[in-house]
Write a protein that binds this ligand. Structure first.
Ligand code: ATP
Ligand code: MG
Length: 208
């Protein structure tokens, strides 16, 4: 008689912000907060990876240090959370597994994966890159040094559902923070004070 019409009603919009966060800095926080505000997300969950799959040879800080620094950065924002799913899973942290896990945890929610322009440009090289694009929505935020138009061109036809968001651009990376600590330069205001103190207390990045 009538065709089946499936109406999906979402009860919540959840942003997932994956990363190595070695360490988490204000660029990550501004990106998450702007995406949350513009897309009306109920919350953003930061997901520190256990092992970055695209950097198998790069030595990263212990996951518990990176997790602690995320926690120290987000606890004052009622819309931010941190998840241990990738840390508990261990092994290379593939976004596809994480998105599937969140879909199981929140079956009624609409999931948005938030990335910077540099990360989205590489999405087709992620494990099951094309599949993950069908599983959830993507928000790609601008990042200094990455031409969003070129990224759009690269993804056109394959990743039409990616929504690009121009944000207040913060020209900082974790690599730069680690370099500054190694060179004895200040990192104040580039990371939250809690994270600055944590880095010095635990002697992270000093190369010693
Ligand atoms: P590293 O230099 O070690 O690669 P990073 O600063 O790029 O560190 P990641 O943990 O690799 O931080 O990034 C996690 C996510 O945050 C990625 O999607 C990345 O594109 C995004 N991101 C990181 N820094 C910024 C920034 N300054 N502005 C916008 N997005 C950012
Ligand atoms: Mg990076």
């Amino acid at each position: 008689m009538y065709g089946k019409l499936k109406i999906i009603k979402y009860d919540m919009k959840i942003g997932i912000m994956g990363g190595t966060f070695d360490p988490i800095h204000i660029g990550h926080l501004v990106a998450a907060e702007e995406a949350r505000a513009v897309f009306g997300l109920d919350k953003v969950i930061f997901v520190p990876n256990y092992q970055p799959p695209h950097k198998p040879d790069v030595k990263v800080s212990h996951p518990e240090h990176r997790y602690a620094m995320v926690l120290l950065s987000i606890y004052t924002n009622p819309h931010f959370e941190v998840s241990r799913v990738e840390i508990e899973r261990g092994g290379p942290s593939y976004a596809i597994d994480t998105v599937k896990e969140f879909k199981k945890l929140y079956p009624e929610a609409e999931i948005y994966f938030i990335t910077g322009a540099d990360a989205i440009a590489e999405i087709l090289s992620w494990k099951q890159g094309e599949e993950i694009l069908k599983l959830c929505k993507f928000i790609a935020v601008t990042r200094p040094g990455y031409d969003i138009e070129k990224v759009k061109e690269k993804l056109s036809g394959v990743a039409n559902d990616v929504q690009f968001l121009k944000i207040t651009e913060i020209n900082i990376s974790s690599t730069e923070i680690r370099r500054r600590v190694r060179e004895g330069k200040p990192i104040k205001y580039l990371v939250l004070e809690t994270v600055e103190n944590y880095i010095y207390k635990h002697n992270l990045y000093s190369g010693g």
